[in-house]
Design a protein around this ligand. Structure first.
Ligand code: ADP
Ligand code: MG
Length: 211
């Protein structure tokens, strides 16, 4: 049996067509069912559907052989026990620094020395600004980062942006890109050695189906 861990939410929407291009069709629509383990038309391939941030954990422990996870999630993880096999080119977005429109007028990122930032992406944010010699006070949130500057919790946020509509709806603008993000195929390291014959055709099909 080959188990593939899928990230719920935005990545899932694009993972299903990718799986179908790879010849793997779930028995039920993963976006609609409450079931967390799904059989597929391929007898020895099954899917599990979990929170995006949990995909590295399931794959690292071998509870899933393969996984589809955002580069953002992979960089927040320590990467232990995982191979990043291929950029699947789906769920593209950017990790950006954003701030209130009023602050952005006349703000020049080249003059930043100390930032108070709310984000889910603590590790990537710290590393990004440490490399530039900018000090950060980071407030760790689990979601709805856009709210933080509106109520004085932070001056700026670091969040994923695709259309920019959520930022705009909250009076924020993106002012600096940190990272281009897309979803990657990852594998359990031990399984790549001990079960490569079973995994290889699935990896090949998914890699060829990438957009
Ligand atoms: P959660 O709320 O569990 O974090 P999301 O659906 O918001 O779930 O995000 C899951 C993954 O989807 C992220 O890790 C990222 O890789 C991707 N993602 C998030 N936001 C966007 C976006 N705006 N555009 C494309 N992909 C996104
Ligand atoms: Mg979200």
């Amino acid at each position: 049996m080959v188990t593939i861990a899928l990230s719920k939410g935005r990545i899932l929407e694009e993972s299903i067509p990718l799986l179908e291009r790879a010849g793997i069709v779930p028995s039920e629509d993963p976006a609609k069912t409450r079931r967390l383990i799904l059989a597929t038309n391929v007898p020895d391939v099954r899917l599990i559907v979990i929170r995006a941030a949990d995909v590295p954990t399931y794959v690292r422990h071998g509870a899933a052989d393969l996984g589809i996870a955002g580069k953002d999630v992979l960089l927040e993880d320590d990467g232990e026990g995982l191979y990043e096999l291929a950029d699947l080119g789906i769920a593209r977005c950017r990790l950006m620094v954003a701030e209130p429109q009023g602050m952005a007028q006349g703000d020049d990122p080249r003059t930043w020395t100390r930032l108070r930032i709310a984000t889910k992406y603590v590790r990537v944010t710290q590393r990004h600004f440490a490399l530039k010699g900018i000090q950060t006070d980071i407030i760790h949130l689990y979601g709805s980062m856009e709210l933080a500057p509106l109520v004085g919790l932070a001056d700026r946020i670091v969040d994923l942006v695709s259309s920019g509509k959520t930022l705009a709806a909250n009076g924020l603008v993106a002012v600096e890109p940190i990272l281009d993000v897309s979803a990657w195929l990852v594998a359990n390291r031990a399984a790549m050695k001990t079960r490569y014959r079973a995994l290889r055709p699935v990896i090949a099909a998914l890699t060829e189906a990438q957009s």
